[in-house]
Design a binder for this molecule. Structure first.
Ligand SMILES: [Zn+2]
Length: 141
């Protein structure tokens, strides 16, 4: 169980070392508090506590059971509270090498669960200055 606690507590979004290093500062306790304080997650907590098959609580953290048809590295996905979503999308997109919406979504959905993931990623990528600059440069060449 110790290893799982470590794994779930660490906001590690990929094998990329810089990502893990950046996220090390976030503790499981802080993350749990954010999950508990996020109103939109309240119904998920209730579902997890009433034995819903979609949500569960592991080491005090709210998790979503990964869809069976997904090839997952983790069986359970951490439910992200809104205060972490922007940061995590930024990490996945910027440090991930500015991939498009689909790849960024794939990376995120392998570890995290949050409502409207795709819409939020789409919006983020659309507003990414570096992606715009790169696109402009490649169109001119
Ligand atoms: Zn970008």
């Amino acid at each position: 169980m110790g290893q799982l606690a470590q794994q779930m507590g660490k906001i590690d979004i990929s094998d990329n070392e810089s990502l893990s290093a950046h996220a090390d500062g976030i503790t499981a306790a802080e993350f749990r508090t954010a999950q508990q304080n996020h109103l939109a997650l309240r119904s998920m907590w209730v579902r997890a506590e009433t034995g819903n098959s979609e949500f569960c609580v592991i080491n005090g953290l709210l998790c979503n059971r990964a869809p069976a048809h997904f090839v997952m590295t983790h069986e359970f996905l951490l439910v992200l509270p809104s205060s972490y979503i922007q940061e995590v999308i930024k990490l996945a997109h910027d440090l991930g090498g500015h991939f498009g919406v689909r790849k960024t979504c794939d990376r995120l959905s392998a570890l995290y669960y949050f409502p409207k993931l795709r819409d939020l990623v789409k919006r983020y990528v659309k507003c990414c200055k570096q992606c715009h600059t790169r696109l402009k440069t490649s169109l001119l060449m």
